[in-house]
Design a protein around this ligand. Structure first.
Ligand SMILES: Cc1cc2nc3c(=O)[nH]c(=O)nc-3n(C[C@H](O)[C@H](O)[C@H](O)COP(=O)(O)O)c2cc1C
Length: 199
């Protein structure tokens, strides 16, 4: 693996040391959303271990390479309707989910309040506990650390792309289980607003 050039390290330093939480802004263009998801959640390699469990390689670290966290993208239309999409990490595409606007409104409102009124593009992290539990006896703490790593990646990549990012404290529970009627197999592990900022 080649070493980075000094210029590349300087560019990396520029991102690492200037990164900040930035509020406000407008929803992401499709192009910037794609650029962000590509560098945070795209699956570079997918290795099925059995019928259910896969080991994946992604830009972020994950305990046991299980990558249990899916990204849900929630956007608000000019008429204030909320649409929910799932990032397909294998095909680098968004799948529209059949979820009523009203079902995600409490999550949106709570997130926006936590982000000082920011109402841009909401990326929520939804964990499939079974993926990590398939390998480890006590999966919760590992999943939370995966969530922290993912949040940091969103924050750094957003900055590199000149986008705003507000990490969020609410976990999304019990809302996520209600929205997906998952019987406890899915739970929210936080998320962030990402935004286009004025130059
Ligand atoms: C786990 C976590 C939860 C956070 N929750 C919120 C939040 O709910 N609202 C908010 O405005 N900022 C939130 N933040 C952002 C922090 O307040 C912010 O990172 C901190 O003030 C340092 O500022 P900086 O990101 O600009 O360096 C959160 C950050 C983390 C890591």
């Amino acid at each position: 693996m080649p070493f980075l050039t000094k210029d590349a390290v300087q560019d990396f330093d520029d991102v690492v040391f200037a990164r900040r939480t930035r509020y406000g802004g407008t929803p992401l263009s499709r192009e910037n959303l794609a650029a962000l998801l590509w560098r945070t959640a795209y699956c570079l390699q997918d290795q099925p271990l059995d019928q259910r469990i896969h080991a994946k390689r992604k830009p972020v670290i994950s305990a046991g390479a299980r990558h249990p966290i899916d990204i849900i993208v929630i956007e608000r239309s000019p008429s204030m309707d909320l649409s929910t999409k799932l990032y397909d990490d294998l095909n680098h595409s968004l799948l529209t989910l059949d979820i009523a606007s009203g079902a995600v409104r409490p999550l949106w409102d709570m997130a926006s309040m936590a982000a000082k009124g920011t109402c841009s593009t909401l990326c929520w992290f939804v964990a499939q506990v079974g993926k990590t539990a398939g390998k480890y006896e006590w999966p919760d703490s590992l999943i939370w650390r995966d969530a922290g790593a993912l949040l940091q990646q969103f924050s750094l990549v957003s900055h590199a792309l000149s986008l705003g990012c507000v990490p969020l404290g609410p976990t999304g529970n019990p809302g996520i289980d209600d929205i997906f009627r998952s019987n406890g197999t899915l739970f929210g592990v936080g998320g962030c607003f990402v935004s286009e900022l004025q130059a």
